[in-house]
Structures are given as structure tokens and as C-alpha cells.
Design a protein around this ligand. Structure first.
Ligand code: NDP
Length: 251
């Protein structure tokens, strides 16, 4: 268990799913945690309430990503919530879902996906760096779609490939400050993102059978890996893409 007492964290897309589990875990480890969301205020408030009930500290920030001024809105909320404290941990988790096969992908949909999944994390990191203490942590959420070819996920997989490259190159740039930059790669995880898929009979069993550990992922499985990278135990890991998929499609 990492000790993040006295530290601060920003988790994007923390109202639901994996981001909520990450926010809950970092807050349980002691970090004052900013719970970012796009539109679902009730869900963000539920995340904050769950953290506080467990004895942690958190505050919500509303900022729709992928629109003009998104990063300004996010950091205005962060500045208010942190009241002058520096930032220690940034988790870029929010992302838009797969946009379907190439035949169904529009230029507008493609641009939107890249704006939310690639441009927003990049410029959130840029804006976070001056607020970040040396020894900080940058963690971005990718997907096994970068190593398993799934036709309906091409543009989504392209966005995730971009953030993996971003993590690798930024790690080298930020090492001087002792800031580690890593990427986690979940496989199929039970969240709202794919709830409809899992409603179909047999899908969960089928996907479970594709993993070495024979089940689908839960948000807490990903959160625990993020917590390791965020902790002092993860201090010598940087520029890495960590597969957190229970061994999805190992062959
Ligand atoms: P969910 O759909 O369950 O939650 C998405 C979160 O991101 C919500 O908090 C949502 O806010 C926020 N969000 C989405 N779009 C925007 C936007 N444009 N602006 C601001 N906030 C936004 O997603 P998951 O928990 O499933 O996914 C989290 C991460 O994990 C993503 O990066 C995803 O690509 C990745 N991943 C997920 C997998 C899975 O099987 N679930 C597999 C591999 C990777 P709000 O509640 O306000 O809508």
C-alpha cells in the first residue's frame, strides 16, 4: 500500500468506471484528489462522497474535454480546489469510446476522438508541469487495442498508440525533474464504456476466455496498478507501458 499522505492528485474522468476506482484508491492512500468529469455531476459527487465516507479528501471539477478552453476550465477548478498546493500525481484517464469501423468513421468524429483522447492529455500535462513538484507522477490510460487488432476500434486504437508514444518520449524529457511518466494498458474492463456489449449473452464468458486469468477486468484491478506507479515503490519505473489486462490474447 503506497503512502500518499500530504500529496495531491488529479484524475480525469473520475466520475465513473476506471477513473472513479483510481480516484478512490489514490485518496485511500492519502492524496487530496481532484475528481474531474465532463457532464455527469451526480456521478462525480458520488465519487467524492464515497472517498469522504472512507476518510479521504476529494473535490469535483467539471470540464468537458475536446472543446475550446477545456484545459483552462480544468485548471481553474484545480487551482481553486488545491488552494495553492502543488500537484504530485496526474492521471489522464478520460477518453471517448471506439468510433466504429473505418466505413462509419466521419472526419468530425475522428477529430473529436483525437481532441479528447490525445490533444487533451497532452495539453493537460503541459499545463500541469509548472504546478508539479519534482518527483511527480504522470500516468496515462491506454488500451490493449494497441496490440490486439480489432477492426471496429481503429481510430480509437490510433489515439491510444499516440498516448503510449507520448509517455515514452516525455519520460525522457521529464526525468531530470524526477518525474516519472508511464502508461497503463487495461484490457476489457467492466464499466459503462462497454456495458452494452456485456449485456449480450455470452460476451463476458467469451472475453474471459481470451484472458490468461480467465475473467474480465474490474476497475479496481486497474486502479491498483496505477497506485503502484503513483507510489514511491514505482520510483524507478518510467517510460513504461504496463499491461493490466489479466493476460488478454497472450496467444
Ligand atoms: P467510462 O465511460 O466508464 O467513463 C469515462 C469517464 O471519462 C467519465 O468520468 C466521463 O465523464 C469522462 N469523460 C469521457 N469523455 C469526456 C470528455 N469529453 N470530457 C470530460 N470527461 C469525459 O470509461 P472507462 O472507465 O471504461 O475508461 C477509462 C479509461 O480506460 C479510458 O481511457 C478508456 O479508453 C480506457 N480503457 C477502458 C477499457 C474498458 O474496457 N472499459 C479497456 C481499455 C482501456 P462523465 O461521467 O461526466 O461523462
Amino acid at each position: 500500500m503506497g503512502d500518499l499522505t500530504g500529496k495531491t492528485a488529479l484524475v480525469t474522468g473520475a466520475s465513473r468506471g476506471i477513473g472513479r476506482a483510481v480516484a478512490q484508491r489514490l485518496a485511500a492512500d492519502g492524496a487530496l484528489t481532484a475528481v474531474h468529469y465532463g457532464v455527469n455531476e451526480a456521478a462525480a459527487n458520488d465519487t467524492v462522497a464515497a472517498i469522504e465516507k472512507a476518510g479521504g479528501r476529494a473535490f469535483p471539477i467539471r470540464a468537458e474535454l475536446g472543446v475550446d478552453g477545456d484545459v483552462d476550465t480544468l485548471f481553474a477548478g484545480l487551482g481553486e480546489g488545491l488552494s495553492g498546493q502543488p500537484l504530485d500525481i496526474l492521471v489522464n484517464n478520460a477518453a471517448g469510446p471506439p468510433a466504429g469501423p473505418i466505413e462509419e468513421t466521419t472526419p468530425e468524429g475522428f477529430d473529436r476522438l483525437f481532441a479528447v483522447n490525445v490533444k487533451a492529455p497532452f495539453f493537460i500535462i503541459q499545463r500541469a508541469l509548472p504546478l508539479m513538484r519534482d518527483g511527480g507522477r504522470v500516468i496515462t490510460v491506454s488500451s490493449t487495442s494497441t496490440r490486439v487488432a480489432t477492426p471496429f476500434q481503429t481510430s480509437y486504437a490510433m489515439t491510444k498508440g499516440a498516448v503510449e508514444t507520448m509517455g515514452f518520449t516525455l519520460a525522457n524529457a521529464l526525468g531530470e525533474r524526477g518525474i516519472t511518466v508511464n502508461t497503463v494498458m487495461p484490457g476489457a474492463t467492466l464499466t459503462d464504456l462497454n456495458a452494452a456489449l456485456f449485456e449480450d449473452l455470452g460476451v463476458e464468458e467469451f472475453i474471459s476466455g481470451l484472458t490468461a486469468l480467465n475473467r474480465v477486468g474490474l476497475p479496481a484491478d486497474i486502479a491498483d496498478a496505477v497506485a503502484f506507479l503513483a507510489s514511491d515503490d514505482g520510483r524507478w519505473v518510467t517510460g513504461h507501458v504496463l499491461d493490466v489486462s489479466g493476460g488478454m490474447y497472450l496467444g
